[in-house]
Unconditional design. Structure first.
Length: 161
């Protein structure tokens, strides 16, 4: 399955936050959200990616944008990974049912049973921009996040609830 196309309404999502609460479609209303899919906590490329993104986190979130790192790891592994890296980007677990959100967004790497390296920018419940790596080992530069945010901004202001 290919990565979800811009302009598509966001399919039903349920992702688990580190504190055990869930992020669902209702949480997306009136917001711009960047979902950064990565294959596994503690792998080298994932480590590099999150550290690079964390260095410019203030620029990414300056206009109220929310960014989350998403993998099929359990929340406890993600928390340990985030803490070990010393990064602030919140983690969302797509652990159970395994990869359900990644599959819905076209960011699941079936041969490996994990999320692929992908970025999906959501704006007010619509996919504003999406990118998927050719392989899970590809390191996407932070410029891709900014490309996605520019596409979301071009859609105009998000609805305010």
């Amino acid at each position: 399955m290919a990565i979800i196309a811009p302009g598509t309404p966001v399919p039903e999502l349920v992702l688990r936050r580190e504190d055990g609460s869930t992020l669902t479609n209702a949480d997306l209303a009136g917001r711009t959200v960047v979902l950064v899919f990565y294959p596994f906590a503690f792998s080298q490329v994932c480590t590099d990616q999150l550290q690079i993104y964390d260095e410019v986190l203030g620029e990414i979130t300056a206009d109220g944008v929310e960014i989350y790192a998403v993998s099929t790891d359990a929340s406890c592994s993600q928390t340990a990974f985030r803490e070990r890296l010393g990064v602030s980007i919140p983690q969302l677990s797509d652990f159970e049912p395994k990869g359900a959100a990644a599959r819905a967004l076209g960011a699941y790497f079936e041969p490996g049973g994990m999320t692929n390296r992908a970025i999906v920018v959501l704006r007010d419940g619509i996919v504003a921009w999406s990118w998927e790596g050719e392989t899970p080992g590809e390191l996407p530069g932070v410029n891709l996040v900014f490309d996605g945010l520019a596409a979301a901004a071009a859609l105009g202001p998000a609805a305010r609830l």
